[in-house]
Write a protein of this length. Structure first.
Lengths: 113, 112
């Protein structure tokens, strides 16, 4: 069966520090991968998606970047965090080349102080 | 522009009561519609997924309906339980795209 792992669960970082959130998927090949951010009381905002290794599409210009160094690994990064980067970050995957059901990780609560 | 609107924004009901959540969309071309449940501080979990030809689908006490003509969907929760307290998110996918369109969700609180 397929599983998705996202870590860490919570993170408190000072302004100006770097960020690296990691997401890995098991039990499937060449999945579509997504990073979302959810501000308090708001809907999910798509940040990045990837349909293959090294293929990253950005939906919103921001202080963040994403990379997919391996087929089932998706990393969200920042060189210098801003206060506005605080939020709940979710990684998700769906079956390759489809737009069917997406499966979400448990999320990372990031607080920038 | 593809949009998904959910109503109500929030809802409070007593344990044991039924409720219905609404989702209207303007996505085109339509591919599928999903309802997710998101517990506080957790990732969303899929409840149902429906394609154009399906107009109802159940998952335990959850029943989703889809009217593709009016572009409306509803999620009916029967005999609510305290554990139903969560945000319910309507997600619509566009044909030919890997990027779904999310609604903002309905926050449901079930009181004992």
């Amino acid at each position: 069966s397929q599983t998705i792992h996202q870590w860490p669960a919570t993170l408190v970082q000072p302004v100006g520090s770097p960020l690296s959130l990691e997401c890995t998927v098991e039990g499937t090949s060449n999945p579509n991968l997504y990073w979302y951010r959810q501000a308090a009381g708001r809907g999910l905002q798509l940040l990045f998606y990837s349909v293959g290794i090294g293929q990253i599409s950005s939906e919103v210009p921001q202080n963040l970047s994403a990379s997919r160094p391996q087929d089932r690994q998706f990393i969200l990064s920042s060189k210098k965090l801003l206060l506005s980067d605080s939020g709940f970050y979710l990684c998700a995957w769906s079956v390759a080349r489809t737009n069917t059901e997406a499966f979400f990780g448990q999320g990372t609560r990031l607080t920038v102080v | 522009k593809n949009q998904v609107e959910q109503s109500p924004q929030s809802l409070i009901i007593l344990e044991g009561k039924n409720c219905t959540l609404q989702c209207n969309y303007t996505v085109s071309p339509f591919s599928n519609l999903r309802w997710y449940k998101q517990d506080t501080g957790r990732g969303p979990v899929s409840l149902t997924i429906m394609t154009f030809s399906e107009n109802t689908k159940s998952n335990g006490r959850y029943t989703a309906t889809l009217d593709a003509d009016t572009k409306q969907s509803s999620l009916h929760i029967t005999a609510s339980q305290l554990s139903d307290s969560a945000s319910y998110i309507c997600v619509v996918s566009v044909g030919g795209s890997y990027i779904p369109t999310f609604g903002r969700g309905t926050s449901l609180i079930v009181h004992p």
